[in-house]
Design a protein. Structure first.
Length: 84
């Protein structure tokens, strides 16, 4: 029975040492959030158009447009991930 207690103690110690530290800073600024919110409202109304003039049909595309506009206006937004 003593071995069960020590093995559970080892497991809890292992969990504590492998935990990742969370960042306390915001990744996106409130200004970026407002920009995305504005674009999502336009998307839901059916008024949002992409750069080529076509109607946006994907919510992810609407978010990308909002973040792009936020970047252009100088809001704090992380860099784009390069897809390969």
């Amino acid at each position: 029975m003593a071995t069960k207690k020590s093995s559970s103690a080892k497991k809890s110690a292992a969990k504590k040492s492998t935990s990742k530290k969370k960042s306390s800073t915001r990744k996106y600024s409130p200004k970026a959030g407002k920009s995305v919110e504005r674009e999502m409202k336009a998307f839901k109304k059916g008024k949002l158009k992409s750069g080529s003039g076509r109607k946006v049909t994907n919510p992810k595309q609407a978010i990308a447009i909002g973040l792009s506009e936020a970047r252009k206006s100088g809001a704090k937004v992380p860099k784009k991930n390069s897809s390969s």
